[in-house]
Write a protein of this length. Structure first.
Lengths: 366, 382
C-alpha cells in the first residue's frame, strides 16, 4: 500500500496510480484530521470523494503519529494526550474519537487505536501496552458506527516477547475481526527478532483473514514476510527514497545522483515496463533528481511501479505454485555473491523455503 | 519545416493565422501546428510539473510545441535564453559571446559553442545567438548589440548543416526604433526560415513595445515565421499578435502555478455577441483565482465549469486548496495542467478570431474586460 499521508501520494495523480496497478492506498488519520479536517471530509462524503480515488483506502488510527511526531505525548488509560501542533492546547485522542474520525474519513479499512511501544524498550511497559491494546480494542468496536462498510482491523502488540504476543493474538482472534495487523515492529529492532515475531503471529492468526504487517518495508522484508504468511504492507520507503534520488531495481538500489549515472544511457531497469523506464535514461534522470520536482515525480512513479510489480509477481508465483522458485530468483539477484543475510536464511527455513542454492558460504542454521 | 500564412486579418490589421508543418522524420508524420501559437516552456526537457504521460491529456497538437527540449511526437524549438533559469546578462557579454546567468553561475556562450549544442540537440527550429540588452543601455551599447547579433547570425549559419532551413534569425535593437529596423532588415537578407525577436521583456514598457514590434515586423518578410520571447501576459500576447507575430513563449503559466493561481477567464468572448461587462461580478478578478484562499476550502466545483482538462475533470477547488495548504507536489501538477490547457484555449480563441476576421474586436473586448475589475470598486478577496 503506497502511503498517501495527506490525501495524495506525493507527486502522482490518481490515474497514474491506477496505471501502475495500485489497488489500495493508506491515508494518515492524524494529518487528515488536522488538515483539511474530519468534518470537512465528511461533508464531502468521505475521503474517496474528496480525493476522487475510486479504489480502496485504509486509514491508520492516528496513534503512531502522535507518539512519534509529538514529543510531549503521554499515554494513559483514557487515551493519548498530547499538545495540539496548531495552538499548543492539551488534547486527548481516545479510542472512541479515533474511530469517530475514521468513520468520517470513510476508508474501507480502519485501524483500532493501539498502545504502541517501541521494540527497543524493555520492561513492564510492554505488558501494560499489550493489555491496554486489548481493552482499547473493545472500546473501538463499541464506538464503530459503520461496521457494514468499514472493516475494523485489530493490531497485535506485545513487543518482542512471544508470551505477550501470544496473549494478544488470542485476545484479538476471540473478537472475530475482519482482519489483523502486526504492529509495533519496523521501529529499529534487529531483523532476527523482527521475523520471529512475524512468524509467530502469522502462525497463530486465522488462515482466512488478512494479515497486515505495519510499516514494512524494504522489498526484501516484504518477500520474507510474505513467505511467512503475511498479506498487506505499508511503507513510505519507495516514495521517500525516490525524493532522495534512489531508484529501486531488482539488484537493490540505484543512486541516480551518483556521477557514474551521468553518462549511463540505459533505463533505470531494462526489465521494468513502467513509463519512466520506457522513456528515460539514467543519464537524463541524473540531471533531474534532487534538483527538479519532475525528478522526484518520475522516480516515485518508477519506485511505486516496482513495488506493485513485486506484489503482483509474489501473488502470481504463489497462485502458479512456483513461489519458492521466485524467492530464489529474487535472492540471487539481490545477493549475487551469495551473501544472503543470516536472518533471511533462518526465516526461510521456518517458512519452508529452500534457499541453500542462493547462499554461498553460509550453512543453514539449526 | 514549412510555414505558411493562411489568413491575414485584413482591415489594416497585421494579425495573421498560419500553419507550421514540422517533422516527417523520427518515425512520426508531419504535424501541423496552427499559429499564433504558444510554446510550452520546459526545464531540462519536460514541463516543470507535468510529466510526459500527463501531457497527452492536453489538446493536441497545440501542446506539441515545446520550448527547449523535445519528446518524440513533439516539436522542439530552441533559443539561447530562458526567462526563468537563464537570463541574458548584457554587461558580461562581449565580442566573443553572450553571457547568461544560470543556476550554475554566469556563463559566456560563443557562437561556436552554441552551434555545438544545437547540432547535438537537433531541434526542429532554433534561434541564432543574440546579444540582448535591457531598455536602459546607451545608444552605443545598443548599436553594438545589433552588430554582434548580426555577426553571430552569420557565424551560426556558417556552421549550420541545414544551411538555415531551421534557423530563426535573431532580431534585437532594444528600445531604439531605428536600430530595430536595421537589425530586422539585415536579418531578412540572410537565408533563414524565420525570425526570433529578442530583447523584449527587459525593461521597456508595454506602450513603447507596440511601436517597436511594429517597426520590426514591418521590415520582415510577410511569409516567414516570427517568434517573440518574453511576452507573457495575455495583453502582451495580444499586442504581439496584432503586430504580426506567430509564436510566443511565456512564463505566465509557470508563475501562476507557483503562486497557487488558476486561470478562469472566460473563453467565449467572441461567441457571446451580447456580452456585457456589467454582468460580471463587481470587482472580482475574472482572470484568475488564488486557490490558497480560504473561500475555496469547501468549494466542490472544478476550477472552471465544463473545462475539459484533466484537473477539472477529476478534482475540485477544495482538494487543490487542501493540497496547497499542506504543501503537496500534486497541487503544482494539477495547476500546471489546468493553466496550460486554459492558456492554450486562449490561443485557440485568438486564431478563431483571426480566421473570422474579428481579431480587433476580440482584442478590445478582452482588454476591456480585464480592466473592468481594476476600475470597479474592488473588495479585497485575497
Amino acid at each position: 500500500m503506497p502511503v498517501g499521508t495527506q490525501g495524495t501520494i506525493k507527486g502522482l495523480t490518481n490515474n497514474q496510480l491506477e496505471e501502475i496497478g495500485c489497488q489500495i492506498i493508506l491515508g494518515n488519520t492524524y494529518h487528515l484530521a488536522l488538515r483539511p479536517g474530519a468534518d470537512l471530509i465528511d461533508e464531502f462524503g468521505g475521503l474517496h470523494k474528496f480525493m476522487n480515488w475510486k479504489r480502496a483506502l485504509l486509514t491508520d488510527s492516528g496513534g503512531f503519529q502522535m507518539v512519534s511526531l509529538l514529543h510531549l505525548a503521554d499515554i494513559t488509560e483514557k487515551g493519548v494526550t498530547f499538545q495540539s501542533p496548531v495552538d499548543g492546547k492539551p488534547m486527548l485522542l481516545t479510542p472512541e474519537e479515533s474511530i469517530q474520525i475514521q468513520n468520517k474519513i470513510g476508508a474501507d479499512i480502519i485501524m483500532a487505536l493501539d498502545d504502541v511501544v517501541k521494540t527497543t524498550i524493555t520492561g513492564p511497559r510492554i505488558e501494560e501496552a499489550m493489555y491496554r491494546t486489548l481493552r482499547w480494542m473493545d472500546r473501538c468496536i463499541a464506538a464503530h458506527q459503520k461496521p457494514d462498510t468499514q472493516n475494523l482491523f485489530g493490531i497485535v502488540q506485545g513487543g518482542l516477547d512471544p508470551v505477550l504476543r501470544d496473549i494478544c493474538v488470542r485476545g484479538l482472534v476471540e473478537r472475530n475481526l475482519p482482519g489483523y495487523a502486526i504492529g509495533g515492529l519496523a521501529g529499529g529492532e534487529d531483523k532476527d527478532s523482527f521475523w520471529r515475531v512475524v512468524a509467530q503471529c502469522t502462525a497463530a492468526l486465522p488462515e482466512d483473514k488478512p494479515r497486515y504487517v505495519m510499516g514494512v518495508g524494504y522489498p526484501l522484508d516484504i518477500v520474507v514476510c510474505s513467505a511467512l504468511g503475511a498479506d498487506m504492507y505499508d511503507c513510505v520507503y519507495p516514495t521517500r527514497t525516490a525524493r532522495f534520488g534512489s531508484a529501486l531495481i531488482p539488484e537493490g538500489v540505484l543512486k541516480l545522483k551518483n556521477r557514474a549515472m551521468a553518462n549511463d544511457e540505459r533505463p533505470i531497469d531494462p526489465t521494468c515496463p513502467c513509463m519512466v523506464c520506457k522513456t528515460y535514461t539514467r543519464a537524463y534522470l541524473h540531471c533531474l533528481v534532487t534538483k527538479d520536482a519532475m525528478g522526484s515525480q518520475l522516480l516515485s512513479y518508477h519506485n511505486l511501479s516496482y513495488m506493485m510489480k513485486l506484489s503482483r509477481d509474489l501473488h502470481t508465483s504463489i497462485v502458479e505454485g512456483r513461489f519458492p522458485e521466485f524467492v530464489r530468483g529474487f535472492l540471487r539477484t539481490q545477493f549475487p555473491k551469495g551473501d544472503v543475510p543470516e536472518w533471511v536464511c533462518n526465516a526461510m527455513e521456518v517458512a519452508g523455503i529452500d534457499i541453500s542454492s542462493c547462499c554461498a558460504s553460509f550453512s543453514p542454521s539449526h | 519545416m514549412r510555414f505558411a500564412v493562411t489568413k491575414a486579418c485584413g482591415g489594416g490589421g497585421k494579425a495573421r493565422a498560419g500553419a507550421l508543418y514540422v517533422g516527417g522524420g523520427g518515425g512520426g508524420g508531419a504535424a501541423v501546428v496552427e499559429t499564433p501559437s504558444l510554446l510550452l516552456s520546459t526545464r531540462k526537457g519536460l514541463p516543470a510539473f507535468v510529466s510526459r504521460d500527463l501531457l497527452s491529456t492536453l489538446p493536441s497538437p497545440d501542446s506539441h510545441l515545446l520550448h527547449m527540449l523535445g519528446l518524440q511526437e513533439h516539436i522542439l524549438v530552441a533559443a539561447a535564453s530562458d526567462s526563468v533559469e537563464s537570463l541574458p546578462e548584457s554587461e558580461a557579454s562581449n565580442k566573443l559571446g553572450a553571457s547568461f546567468e544560470t543556476p550554475s553561475g554566469r556563463r559566456l556562450v560563443k557562437p561556436s559553442e552554441y552551434m555545438q549544442m544545437i547540432t547535438s540537440m537537433k531541434p526542429n527550429l532554433w534561434a541564432s545567438l543574440a546579444d540582448e540588452v535591457p531598455a536602459w543601455v546607451t545608444e552605443k551599447r545598443n548599436r553594438i548589440s545589433v552588430d554582434r547579433t548580426l555577426r553571430w547570425l552569420d557565424d551560426c549559419l556558417a556552421v549550420d548543416l541545414e544551411a538555415g532551413k531551421n534557423t530563426l534569425g535573431a532580431v534585437v535593437g532594444g528600445s531604439n526604433i531605428d536600430e530595430r529596423k536595421r537589425c530586422a532588415t539585415e536579418a531578412s537578407l540572410r537565408n533563414v526560415a524565420g525570425f526570433w525577436i529578442g530583447g523584449f521583456g527587459l525593461g521597456e514598457s508595454m506602450e513603447e513595445r507596440l511601436a517597436l514590434l511594429n517597426a520590426v515586423t514591418d521590415c520582415l518578410p510577410e511569409e516567414k515565421l516570427r517568434y517573440v520571447s518574453r511576452l507573457s501576459l495575455p495583453e502582451e500576447v495580444l499586442q504581439g499578435v496584432a503586430a504580426g507575430i506567430d509564436l510566443f513563449d511565456s512564463t505566465y503559466i509557470y508563475h501562476l502555478t507557483l503562486g497557487g493561481f488558476a486561470l478562469v477567464f472566460p473563453l467565449d468572448i467572441v461567441e457571446r455577441d451580447n456580452w456585457d461587462s456589467r454582468t460580471d461580478i463587481e470587482g472580482a478578478d475574472c482572470t484568475k483565482i488564488n486557490l490558497r484562499a480560504t473561500i475555496y476550502r469547501k468549494d466542490t466545483s472544478p476550477i472552471v465549469d465544463r473545462c475539459g482538462c484533466f484537473t477539472c475533470q477529476n478534482h475540485t477547488r477544495a482538494y487543490i486548496n487542501h493540497l496547497l495548504n499542506v504543501h503537496e507536489m500534486l497541487a503544482q501538477i494539477l495547476l500546471e495542467i489546468h493553466n496550460t490547457h486554459h492558456y492554450l484555449g486562449f490561443f485557440r480563441l485568438m486564431r478563431e478570431a483571426i480566421k473570422g476576421g474579428k481579431f480587433e474586436l476580440f482584442r478590445q473586448r478582452f482588454i476591456k474586460r480585464r480592466r473592468a475589475f481594476l476600475t470597479a470598486e474592488a473588495p479585497c478577496s485575497l
